[in-house]
Ligand binder design. Structure first.
Ligand code: 8ID
Ligand code: ZN
Length: 352
């Protein structure tokens, strides 16, 4: 029997950049020929959603906008061209909502770099609503045994840090600094890193975040609000005192991006993932050259990264530390996020 699809649904709508969200009823849209309509059950709340609301980045959002890009739910309708996603399948609305799949980037599995890629909760409406649309070829396939609430943060935070760890080039036995380790991306990075056989130096602020990181398997913790010399403390946390093989930057401040090159070991890799507003990177050319330091940007992940990141979760290797509130309470989550008070992730339940 075909699922009942209402004509209206609850959503959190941003009418203008920098203004408060409106929790209200809006129409349910119909999927296009190559799209699916997903009854979103839960959605993680990513710091990117807060950047979108504040207009932090040099890229405009659509307006009005329904944000959200960690939506886990059930397919309730599909366009006539969709053959490989069934009604009732569990899928994820992730950051990349659609891509052409035929350009030079898509052909090489870099659909994040496709010039016509669309972004959920940014250039198209996302998962802070009960019914969301995405291209069938791009939605994440969520195995049926995965709990939709717990798995939702994997759809951006998990995929992104998993790919970022691969970009770091670290191998089993290496140490990596996770900067912003207590937040949404950082909490998952600690666990993917551990599952890949890496030692982690968690860097964040405050004793509570320290406890949180240790519980998630961090090898050591450096409190950036307390340390007198972050470079010395990070280096001291490595086996030979030479510093970690890489730093994965998921913080939302410029300063740690400026610091990381100084504590990675020679031949170290600085992987930039966090996107603080107006931040710049700089490092002395001399030091970069004679210590052979690399800088990299890492942007979400492709479909293979998505399937792999979900499979780590399915196999029980990743514990997602989350708290759930109703979709109607989304503004409160952003207030806590702005104050840096969230350890792990908040998830919204779209039925409340
Ligand atoms: O594909 C991408 N590159 C991608 C994907 C998803 C998210 C990038 N992001 C970006 C987001 O847009 C955001 O800029 O990654 C950043 C982190 O997202 P998040 O994990 O969702 O944010 P959070 O939960 O607020 O965590 C940030 C953590 O950083 C810590 C905070 O205490 C918090 O725990 N932090 C800050 I702010 N300054 C720090 C510092 N100087 C710091 N930790 C260490 N040192
Ligand atoms: Zn995100």
């Amino acid at each position: 029997m075909a699922p009942q699809i209402p004509s209206e649904q609850w959503a959190q709508v941003l009418e203008a950049t920098g203004k408060p969200l409106h929790y209200k009823k809006i129409p349910v849209q119909q999927p296009g020929p190559d799209e699916v309509l997903v009854n979103v059950k839960y959605s993680g709340v990513c710091h990117t959603d807060l950047h979108a609301i504040k207009g932090d980045w040099p890229l405009a959002t659509k307006l009005p906008l329904v944000g959200g890009h960690e939506g886990a739910g059930v397919v309730v309708a599909r366009g006539e061209l969709v053959k490989d996603v069934e009604i009732g399948d569990h899928v994820g609305i992730k950051w990349i909502n659609g891509a052409c799949l035929s350009c030079g980037y898509c052909m090489r599995g870099d659909e994040q770099l496709c010039q016509s890629a669309t972004m959920s909760g940014y250039t198209v409406d996302g998962s802070f609503q009960q019914y969301a649309i995405a291209k069938a070829a791009i939605v994440a396939r969520i195995p049926k045994e995965c709990d939709l609430e717990a798995v939702s943060p994997i759809l951006c935070a998990g995929i992104t840090v998993y790919r970022g760890l691969k970009e770091s080039g670290c191998k089993a036995g290496d140490t990596i600094a996770i900067v912003g380790a207590g937040g949404g991306l950082g909490s998952l990075a600690l666990q993917y890193a551990k599952a890949m056989g890496l030692h982690t130096i968690a860097i964040d602020g405050g004793a509570d975040k320290g406890e949180h990181c240790k519980k998630l398997g961090a090898t050591s913790y450096v409190d950036f609000t307390k340390t007198q010399d972050i470079v010395a403390d990070v280096k001291a946390a490595t086996i030979d005192g030479q510093g970690p093989a890489a730093a994965l930057l998921v913080a939302v401040q410029e300063k740690p991006f400026q610091q990381a090159a100084a504590y990675v070991r020679s031949k170290g890799v600085v992987v930039c993932i966090g996107l603080p507003a107006d931040a710049k990177l700089s490092n002395p050319v001399f030091d970069t050259v004679i210590r052979m330091v690399s800088f990299k940007g890492s942007y979400v992940g492709n479909r293979a990264d998505t399937a792999e990141a979900l499979d780590f979760f399915r196999r029980g290797l990743i514990e997602v530390p989350y708290k759930t509130v109703g979709l109607s309470e989304l503004q409160k989550v952003f207030d806590l996020m702005e104050e840096g008070k969230i350890a792990g992730r908040y998830v919204v339940d779209t039925s409340k």
